[in-house]
Write a protein that binds this ligand. Structure first.
Ligand SMILES: NC(=O)c1ccc[n+]([C@@H]2O[C@H](COP(=O)([O-])OP(=O)(O)OC[C@H]3O[C@@H](n4cnc5c(N)ncnc54)[C@H](O)[C@@H]3O)[C@@H](O)[C@H]2O)c1
Length: 253
């Protein structure tokens, strides 16, 4: 098992890629803290881990709310005694160009995606520094590297996460902490389905998105989870400050 004896905090663990990552990490021997604002989703992930013989706890709240991450880290340290991996998958998009995005939506998207990454890293890093070991995996998007239309706040937020990932990699390398990002293509999760549903005619948009990938399909949450596992595990011991696209060839085109 690749994470035997390790402890992972996974934000956004109540759905989609975060849940797939939590289940995979647990199968690989890690104890998991599932963090999500969706209590039922987080509890369902914990139940699935427990049913498979793993150990997990859940914490419900908004990752962008100052103070929430500190409480989660305190709980995890009390229950599990260490934090080896932090995976910041919590996030959402609202859609819209600059002219159609309301300032409140811009703030909400930045608060969850960038703020959540910042606050959870800020809370977990001191524990990792004390251990002299840690791995953080953040969530960007292929759109932060390639650009994209009609999703300004989200794509800008994912770009900020990439920059934050690099600065953290530099700031904490000497502490034995590695920090990397994944950049998923379009992955078949509730978020992707919601984003197509925002359009008056979703089907042509969905088809165009699928065909934009060289592999002419959407990714599965498990396919991203496998990349997160690699970055979190000791197999990536000389990998930091980088971004790993998991995009079916989107960026190659
Ligand atoms: N699905 C895709 O096509 C795709 C592509 C590129 C990047 N991503 C990124 O992958 C990550 C996971 O996305 P997904 O597709 O699994 O989405 P999802 O909607 O299935 O899961 C995201 C989870 O995050 C939680 N969440 C959102 N905002 C939160 C907040 N403020 N506080 C606490 N929890 C919050 C949601 O409740 C949900 O359970 C996100 O960061 C997303 O931006 C997804």
């Amino acid at each position: 098992m690749r994470l035997q004896g390790k402890v992972a905090v996974i934000t956004g663990g109540g759905s989609g890629i975060g849940r797939a990552t939590a289940l995979l990490f647990a199968r690989e021997g890690a104890r998991i803290a599932v963090v999500d604002r969706d209590e039922a989703g987080a509890n369902e992930t914990v139940s699935q881990i427990a049913a498979a013989g793993g150990a997990a706890l859940s914490r419900t709240g908004d990752v962008g709310e100052p103070g929430f991450a500190d409480g989660v880290v305190e709980t995890v340290m009390a229950h599990f005694g260490r934090i080896d991996s932090l995976v910041t998958a919590a996030g959402f998009s609202c859609g819209g160009t600059v002219t159609t995005t309301a300032p409140e939506d811009w703030d909400a998207v930045f608060r969850a995606n960038v703020g959540g990454t910042f606050l959870f890293a800020k809370a977990a890093i001191p524990a990792m520094q004390r251990q002299g070991f840690g791995s953080i995996v953040t969530f960007a998007s292929q759109l932060a590297l390639a650009g994209g239309r009609g999703n300004s706040a989200y794509i800008a937020a994912k770009g900020a996460i990439l920059s934050l990932t690099r600065t953290m990699a530099l700031d904490y390398a000497a502490d034995g902490i590695r920090v990397n990002a994944v950049a998923p293509g379009a992955i078949d999760t509730p978020m992707l389905r919601r984003s197509f549903a925002r359009h008056a005619e979703p089907e042509p948009i969905r088809e165009a998105s699928r065909n934009r990938h060289a592999m002419k399909r959407f990714g599965a949450a498990d396919e991203v989870a496998n990349a997160v596992l690699y970055l979190a595990s000791d197999e990536a011991s000389f990998v930091t400050g980088t971004v790993l696209p998991v995009d079916g060839g989107w960026l190659a085109a």
